[in-house]
Ligand binder design. Sequence first.
Ligand code: NAI
Ligand code: MG
Length: 353
Amino acid sequence: MKIAVIPGDGIGPEVVGQAIVVLEAVAQKFGHRFEFQEALLGGAALDVKGVPLPDETMEICLKSDAVLLGAVGGPKWDNLPGHLRPEAGLLGIRKGLNLFANLRPAKVFPQLKSNSTLKEEALGEGIDILVVRELTGDIYFGEKGRAKIPGGEKAWDTAVYTTYEVERVAHLAFRIARGRRRKVTSVDKANVLESSRLWREVVSKVGEQYNDVELNLMYVDNAAMQLIKNPHQFDVILTTNMFGDILSDEAAMLTGSLGMLPSASLGEGRLGLYEPVHGSAPDIAGQDKANPIATILSAAMMLRYSFYLEEEAQAVENAVSKVLDQGYRTSDIATPGAKIVGTKEMGSLIAQN
Ligand code: NAI
Ligand code: MG
């Protein structure tokens, strides 16, 4: 199994380094062989190659079974023009790999309840939601423009979805729900938007092929409210690009721990891109302070969604849980009485477990 490794900038190399330590422990325990190949992206690529996404990086990714990414960006490259900024490399790689679904789990670990923005009674046994966001269509990619009108200007963006685009992400969400609590909530604004009416029709039709999965349909304004009011009702939330952008951030903040949030972006085949939700955290880079858990949990998602190694994925997730049970914390998730450890020690503890 070939893994392209893109450490990136800031704390990227530190957290990716620990995810590799954990993947190597998995390889040893379960008898797998992972081949790692490093590639440059973002500021690291600008410094060496003068561009944020070198062709060579794209080639390495396309030849791999999965891509593990740290984070890109930092003050050093902030004043470059848009197409040369580190973020341009990130958008380029997501597009180049044809990834149409973004998966963002929001899970409140029982050991970290006190970090959540929710009250104890809303949290209950903890929360475990997976937002599946469509990533290549909708209002972000439809026709847009500006025109002068008397007294000023007008500007427009167009939300567009095709049957095919909705079908492929819906199938993915239903398949994923089968490996979880078998419940999909599809979120749209079908009372107002024509693209949402098509979304709703197609998702309902696809849902008929998965009668072992419960399907609920919800308007986005209600979903934003229900996430705060009664987050336990959700398992998989399937939604459009724009609504997913907003709801995935909202769901993530229910956990209150940026350093714990993984993500996956998937396409047609097995090739996926796995990265923590957080950025390159230049304020703590190079100090062995960064929490590597978001990246380690991203590696667990890689085992699950690109390599179909469910047992191994769970072994990693359980190891994270055990280390939290043992009272170890990086400083960003410190709870009263915790044993504070650095990036490297956290990685080794999870690998041992
Ligand atoms: P950030 O996520 O890098 O940091 C926000 C705050 O959270 C900082 O105080 C940081 O120290 C802390 N933090 C983040 N990850 C942490 C971790 N693993 N452990 C402990 N503390 C952690 O977001 P910010 O500050 O807005 O952006 C910094 C740089 O990262 C910018 O150049 C930005 O463009 C880039 N960025 C890159 C992303 C990516 O590569 N996907 C995503 C978001 C930002
Ligand atoms: Mg966003």
